[in-house]
Design a binder for this molecule. Sequence first.
Ligand code: SAH
Length: 656
Amino acid sequence: MIGLIAATAAGRRGCERLAAAWPDRTRVYDAPVAPALERAFAECDQLVCFLATGAVVRLVAPLLRGKDSDPGIVTVDEAHQHAVALLGGHGGGANTLARAVCDVLGAAPVITTATDAVGTPGLDTLGFPAEGALAVVGRAILDGERVALRTDAVWPLPALPANVSAEAGPARLAVPAGRDTAGTTDSAMAKTGSAPPDSAVPRIGVAADSGAAGRGDRQVGPGAGSAPLAAEESAGGPQGGGDAGDGRFTLWVTDRVVPLDARTAVLRPPSLVVGVGGSRGVSADEVLALIRQSLADAGLAAGSVAVLATVDAKADEAGIVEAAERLGVPLATYGAAELAAIEVPNPSAAPLAAVGTPSVAEAAALAASASGCGLLVPKRKSAMATAAVARRGPRGRLAVVGLGPGARDLLTPRAREELRRASVIVGLDQYVDQIRDLLRPGTRVLESGLGAEEERARSAVAEAQEGHAVALIGSGDAGVYAMASPALAEAGTDIDVVGVPGVTAALAAAAVLGAPLGHDHVSISLSDLHTPWGVIERRVRAAAEADLVVTFYNPRSRGRDWQLPKALGILGEHRAPTTPVGIVHAASRPDERSAVTTLAALDVRAVDMVTVVTVGNTATREVAGRMVTPRGYRWQAQPQGTQNTAATENTKENDQ
Ligand code: SAH
């Protein structure tokens, strides 16, 4: 619940606007301010105070208990110009709340949490549970101190700056057979690092601290440089503490218990799966105690447990369900037959008789780990429960991100977030240039020239398969005549894939032209480089016969100039010479040019490869210089007063 507090009329108006925007999440506390704030502080997770920051600081000072329990607090000035994230920037969500308040009030957020302000991820915002000296190590990262990154695998973390450098951690992680990733990135680097400019081979660079381009062979962050993988399991835990005694800072990314000191922080990757079994009526306390003991004895951290797994027959065993809830992880269940087929070190007759598989805990742990890493902890037993632990290999993340047609404000917030979530960016050099300033310092950039689609798709997937967080970028929508299909044709179930839609050229152009896409429409690429002309022509003819509005992508280049006139000719067999045609060059970019003309008058020389051409259907009209395709054109085309009522109703319904 968000508590809203105000002292003045302007403040109360602000409260009303927020309450109207978020009706189910807000509660307005009436003045007088001091007791209102005290009550709200006790009852709410977050507060928005339309009060001076000084006043709020004085009022909440005696109420503060600690970072973990205090609400996030945002203050807003009398003129609603600024929303200040005053308290609980990360943990209390005040930074996010301040931005959300700004969206409603049209104000500007004031964020002073160091990591957010400079674009370096706070250690508690990297998506993994974090432990240890988070503030100290986070500060060291910001201050440019050398921080040793010790990781037992490549995890899909955002980029970290250059002062956080990988160190061959002694912790070792078994990787699934056939996925020995040790050194693969380095060899890829060696192959591509010396590529001549403009070759089809990706060039590699790292976003510099300023966010500007840095093309070189430097690699930083938890990316390629942090791939000290070994395809074997070390017997013991990692040796050595975080502080090697030379005063340096250490950031671990590991599921192992590591010695903590005042300069060491640990991120817990979601790498452990715990298989559990239990007799009917087993208590959650017993299940949890057995799990904790098993992990502790093996030197493993509970923070890395990603899932509890058991047999279907135990899906509603209260103690097991509650144990998963209390650990804050999902419970995965598997059929007895599936578990029975898994080879385990310690099969037994009892579960075979009870639930139809000779192993529950070990088999479920192996089933949920899905990587063939083997068991870290074979079956352990208490009076009524069993537990076994296996390790999951990292899953990389491939975000396929559409950048929109060019203008920065047509890049979606989600796309922006994914660019900052990534440690590796893959894309055409001209698209990388479009967003280079948004990348986190330390982001590795694999950019290539035109025509290297397959290479780009393959390297994006390969990087994700190695565990990295990769953003594969494309202009417009990355799935429209772009990289999503070749990349996903290569990608398997071993990586997570996230798609971020972008404003495709047809839509950007339509907005410039008016409303040409108001009825059924189709996009056709006139590039016959990969599609035989016969196929293209068949589709143009079908669109012509079906009276669809058509947007031509890739309409004309220097070496490909007869296709557009030919396609327009086919449309002309079915549409009047006066049919409106819109031409938009470089939609939303500084050199944007557009014209509305007709099929007969179109001069194809005005069309190049940064242009889309939109041809209206038989009902499309030019109105005040804009292209308009009526929606219900059957009745709109008729003179006023003779409208078909049913069609009118229909249109009204569609409008809702
Ligand atoms: N994925 C892109 C399309 C790539 S195909 C998208 O969704 O927009 C490349 C073609 O898209 C170009 O030849 C041109 O026809 C069109 N195009 C891309 N951006 C454009 C823009 N800003 N203005 C006009 N046309 C554009």
